[in-house]
Design a protein around this ligand. Structure first.
Ligand SMILES: *Cc1c(COP(=O)(O)O)cnc(C)c1O
Length: 365
């Protein structure tokens, strides 16, 4: 039986082998692994892709969030609003600065932070909001931006799942003060290890992050401030430069597959709802069903991989216990966390695989 993975990095590599192998060989032969020419060029190319003035390559999406929060001057005692339905790195970045994550529930249709619930969470300590474009579907940013303006809050977009997604024609990553991307291998744009980037139009923020990621260095032996070892490898930058050229066509393929899934599965499952004016890039394709656990068992029996992004919301994780949230605090998130499951979604998914997945999901349980 042919197993269908949730994402197939092997077929992706095979298709790009002729482009990637010479580049990898070149980087090795040049032995330029840190702060190389590919780093510089990838930063330029990714900024151009996003439509921002600056892109700063860093070691991962998680440290991108760390540096963004630190660069905005968020510090001990400050509060930062983020969804409880996200990956832990979103909130970790807040905690790393000694600040307090303030969780907000999601909208049941989009699974993204519900802008209507944000204002009720704002206090005199609130400094920023981190909207997360979950599953590649843009957050409803207009009301969120309005609130941020009214209360003078910064916006850090977590774009780790949404490379190339559009909100009313604008790329995600251009809608707030600063935005963070992950190039974890399975992401829409992934490298061959850990990687990330921060994009912004703000020169001061860009300069600050440039310092933070490289030990506060302003030249080889002089350190202007305390920073970190948080650079993106030149090797990863070189790989990302090759892959970036394919990102739009890959995202298009993901949308085509999503259309087929939507059409064939809408009668039996709650399918992803993409609001008017939003273009999702389907990092994952997430369905909902009350019979989630049975369905997952059945898919697995048939050799089809399934993911849950994410089964336990942050407010119920042991790591955030100290914030004193409890079960029932975020009912929509808790409900969807029991019902969501994600089926294979990657650009190279073929017709035979798609049909097999659909057939398995259409059969009565
Ligand atoms: C993947 C991801 C991150 C972290 O990125 P890494 O590159 O794995 O550190 C942060 N936020 C969200 C929403 C993610 O999906």
């Amino acid at each position: 039986m042919n197993h269908i993975p949730i994402v197939d990095l092997k077929v992706n590599y095979k298709a790009l082998k002729v482009e990637l192998d010479p580049v990898i060989k070149r980087v090795i032969e040049e032995t330029c692994f840190i702060n190389g020419e590919d780093n510089k060029l990838f930063d330029e190319e990714f900024a151009l892709y996003c439509g921002t003035k600056y892109s700063i390559g860093v070691g991962s999406g998680s440290v991108a969030l760390d540096f963004a929060v630190e660069a905005l001057g968020i510090k001990s005692g400050d509060e930062v609003i983020c969804p409880t339905h996200t990956f832990t790195a979103t909130a970790e970045a807040i905690v790393h600065q000694g600040a307090i994550p303030v969780f907000v529930d999601v909208d049941e249709d989009t699974h993204n932070i519900d802008p209507k619930l944000i204002e009720g969470k704002i206090t005199h300590r609130t400094k920023a909001i981190i909207p997360v474009h979950m599953y590649g579907n843009p957050v409803d940013m207009d009301p969120l931006i309005k609130i941020a303006k009214k209360y003078k809050l910064k916006i850090i977009e977590d774009c780790a799942q949404a490379h190339g997604a559009l909100y009313h024609g604008k790329k995600v990553g251009t809608l707030g003060d600063v935005a963070c991307f992950s190039f974890f291998p399975a992401k829409n744009l992934g490298c061959f290890g850990d990687g990330g980037s921060i994009v912004t139009n703000n020169k001061k923020i860009a300069q600050k992050i440039q310092l933070l990621k490289d030990h506060g260095r302003f030249n080889k032996y002089n350190h202007q401030e305390i920073g970190y070892g948080g650079r993106l490898d030149n090797f990863q930058a070189a790989i990302l430069r090759v892959k970036l050229k394919h990102l739009d066509s890959w995202n298009k393929k993901r949308r085509k597959i999503a259309e087929i899934y939507n059409d064939k599965l809408k009668n039996k499952y709650i399918i992803p709802k993409i609001p008017q004016g939003c273009t999702s890039v389907y990092y994952v394709y997430t369905l909902r069903s009350k019979k989630r656990d049975q369905i997952i068992a059945k898919l697995k029996e048939n050799g089809i991989s399934v993911g849950i992004y994410y089964p336990v919301p942050l407010h119920l994780q042991k790591a955030y216990q100290y914030l004193n949230y409890k079960k029932g605090d975020f009912p929509i998130t808790e409900k969807i966390c029991r019902e969501i499951f994600s089926i294979p979604m990657f650009p190279e998914l073929n017709e035979i695989q798609i049909n097999k997945i659909i057939k398995c999901l259409q059969e009565e349980l």
